[in-house]
Design a protein around this ligand. Structure first.
Ligand SMILES: [Zn+2]
Length: 496
């Protein structure tokens, strides 16, 4: 209690900084004022106080998930690092104010999906803003389950809670400021950001922080883990260098620095890149966490310039296109592997399932790629030329791999029509099959018809549903007649 009184008296946060209520009110007003180009979403509720975690998307047709590169700006993993909130709110205002007159801003809004999560750790932020503890870092997780918020024992460091080499980062001690939590993604806040990131396949992310002490005005990117650099290091660093040069420091005599982050652990940037292949930059804003109110607008304005570069960069230097099934034309989510820039210990970047869209940022040069998906023949494309001004665009067709089943001679099984689009009549010219089984092109079991059904009429009408009576997907299927050791296989194509 003594601590509470002393800090409250010694330090009050400048009114220039947003409270939670002000963030909520402003985002809500903005969503009402710009209903066509903003989409306000609650992506979860905070762990302890159940406050909504807001995400605001700015884009044309904002309520639709369009086939456009998505970029995420997130702030306040750490409660006291409140400058990032201001930068996000400032950029939201700036984009919306300028979109009517500024053709470049309009271009971004029409061709990007720009997402902001301005206040991830609203619980911890409340601890700071109410003056209970103005250097509070974590959320308010009740680690000792006593129903009371103890500043000496409670809270999880959200930026150590992600599922990427989780045990190597932070601390296992709940009283530590760096407590990584009881499990990966144990906190509502990190789960909310995880789910948003998985859903939107972001090309880039900036996560805003500030250093209480030590080096500020730095951009950390993944990673230098004792000499182990990630496969995209070269591209990530090049972009970090450009980004950092665009943000002038508080003194006005230099720009931010770009450095590979030393941690190879459950931090946001490592998980974002290491698991989802999102190029993620941790911007340590300014030289300390809470600057005087008069400095805030200027800090935001200088950071805005760098942040917007990522909106530009998504249409420069890289490869993009859509991946389709060569038979059905359906978009598919497949892995894009760039030769020499691939590490088998990390998941590869995938095209999104909805549009089959891939977007892979690269530096100017020639590249060989490989496109993979289980059940499909791997596709190799060589000598793709990438410039540093525009994206190299091409679509990719993947062919379903034909599963090889043992085939015996004989003509005892026929399928009609083939291709089929509604029902398939499976006829047998001898009543010797104990069962008919259907498999898809990957060899996965789909459906089975047993002896009595077949015996009745010498044929089975298959309504193209699976075991659970769901209509099957378009593709190649195999019908296998079983008669003791003897198997007879026929192929059928199903198109809708
Ligand atoms: Zn931080």
């Amino acid at each position: 209690m003594t601590v509470f009184l002393v800090t409250a008296i010694l330090f009050s946060i400048d009114a220039r900084y947003h409270t939670f209520d002000e963030v909520a009110y402003e985002l809500d007003s903005i969503a009402q004022q710009y209903p066509a180009i903003t989409h306000l979403d609650t992506i979860g509720y905070t762990t302890t106080d159940s406050l909504p975690i807001f995400a605001l998307k700015i884009s044309d047709n904002a309520h639709v998930d369009e086939d456009e590169p998505a970029i995420l700006y997130v702030a306040c993993h750490h409660a006291e690092e409140i400058l990032g909130i201001e930068i996000c709110m400032y950029m939201i205002d700036d984009l919306l104010m300028r979109q009517a007159q500024d053709s470049l801003v309009r271009h971004w809004i029409d061709n990007r999906e720009i997402w902001f999560v301005p206040l991830l750790n609203a619980d911890g932020h409340g601890v700071v803003m109410t003056g209970i503890d103005t250097i509070w870092r974590k959320n308010k997780r009740d680690n000792n389950n006593n129903g009371i918020f103890d500043i000496d024992f409670d809270g999880v460091d959200l930026n150590r809670n992600y599922n990427f080499h989780w045990t190597t980062g932070g601390s296992g001690d709940p009283s530590s400021e760096y407590y990584r939590g009881a499990a990966t993604f144990s906190e509502n806040e990190t789960r909310a950001l995880r789910d948003l990131s998985v859903a939107h396949n972001f090309a880039f992310c900036i996560t805003y922080h500030s250093a209480r002490t030590g080096l500020g005005e730095v951009i950390y990117f993944p990673w230098n883990a004792a000499g182990y650099f990630p496969p995209d290091y070269f591209f990530i660093r090049e972009i970090a260098d450009t980004l950092s040069k665009l943000i002038i420091n508080d003194q006005g005599n230099a720009h931010y620095l770009a450095l590979p982050g030393a941690g190879y652990d459950g931090r946001t940037r490592n998980w974002m890149y290491g698991v989802l292949n999102i190029f993620t930059y941790c911007v340590e804003v300014s030289t300390t966490t809470i600057q005087p109110g008069w400095m805030v607008d200027d800090i935001c304005e200088r950071n805005r310039v760098g942040a917007y570069y990522l909106l530009e960069r998504t249409e420069q230097g890289g490869i993009t296109g859509c991946i389709y099934d060569s038979l059905t034309g359906e978009p598919i989510s497949a892995e894009i592997i760039v030769h020499d820039y691939y590490d088998a210990t990390l998941p590869a970047r995938k095209s999104d399932a909805q549009y089959g869209r891939f977007l892979r940022m690269l530096a100017a040069g020639d590249y060989d790629i490989e496109v993979r998906k289980p059940g499909y023949a791997t596709k190799y494309i060589s000598d793709i030329n990438v410039s540093d001004t525009v994206l190299t665009e091409f679509d990719i067709q993947l062919s379903q791999m034909e599963y090889t089943l043992p085939v015996s001679a004989g003509n005892q099984l026929s399928l009609a029509p083939n291709p089929a689009s509604n029902v398939i009549r499976i006829s047998t010219d001898q009543q010797s099959f104990s069962s008919l089984k259907v498999f898809d092109c990957t060899g996965r079991f789909v459906k089975q018809f047993n002896y009595p059904t077949i015996q009745q009429s010498n044929y089975v009408v298959w309504d193209c549903t699976d075991e659970k009576n769901r209509k099957i997907a378009q593709g190649i299927y195999y019908v296998v007649g079983e008669s003791g050791e003897n198997l007879v296989t026929r192929k059928v194509v199903f198109v809708k």
